[in-house]
Design a protein around this ligand. Structure first.
Ligand SMILES: [Zn+2]
Ligand SMILES: [Zn+2]
Length: 193
């Protein structure tokens, strides 16, 4: 979203509220927004943003509550999980271009402060920062259910759909592979079971 904050900049308003929805496809950005991981998707209008721009004593701030719906695969069985994450985003608002800094000493520093949202022609473009934060907030590991049994390591079948029989077959094979010298011992162990 391109937020027109002219009224706040010229002092006619000291507070401006906003609510809007967007998705990565419809994001309005000045610079390219970071990409979501390939296996994560956000539905149309899946990101809800509501917040305010406040001007106080010549100091402007941007605050927003963000709710993002997304679909990502279960880390064990790869089934799609529909999840939602929520976070707050706080930024200092600055007019004028990002400070140009001599960055010969530090290749990482690009002269742009992370916690600052810059004004471009009386507008704010928060979508890029919001998507960046979603990427940071996404869990590395998530399950469709806490006890998801995952996939069979032998045939790849989903174990929640029933026993594929591989585990039993493997156990049988392992028994046969036992060193003949130990077979006697195995027999004794089987008896005692
Ligand atoms: Zn699962
Ligand atoms: Zn199997």
């Amino acid at each position: 979203m391109k937020l027109d904050i002219t009224q706040v900049i010229n002092g006619r308003l000291d507070r401006m509220e906003f609510t809007y929805k967007f998705s990565p496809d419809t994001a309005c950005v000045i610079e390219e927004a970071p990409l979501l991981p390939e296996d994560v998707s956000i539905p149309e209008d899946g990101i809800t943003v509501s917040g305010e721009v406040v001007s106080k004593g010549g100091y402007m701030t941007f605050t927003a509550e963000v709710d993002a719906e997304y679909t990502a695969p279960c880390s064990r069985c790869l089934d799609d999980i529909h999840e939602k994450l929520s976070f707050s985003l706080f930024r200092t608002v600055r007019t004028g271009a990002p400070a140009v800094v001599d960055n010969t000493d530090d290749d990482e520093w690009d002269g742009v402060l992370d916690d600052v949202l810059y004004v471009h022609d009386s507008h704010l473009y928060p979508d890029g920062d919001i998507i960046e934060q979603i990427v940071l907030e996404l869990p590395m590991y998530q399950l469709c259910s806490p006890d998801c049994p995952g996939l069979c390591p032998h045939c790849g079948r989903k174990l929640s759909e029933g026993d594929c029989g591989c585990a039993a077959k493997e156990a049988e094979r392992a028994k046969k592979e036992i060193d003949p010298r130990l077979a006697k011992l195995q027999k004794l162990l089987d008896k005692s079971e």
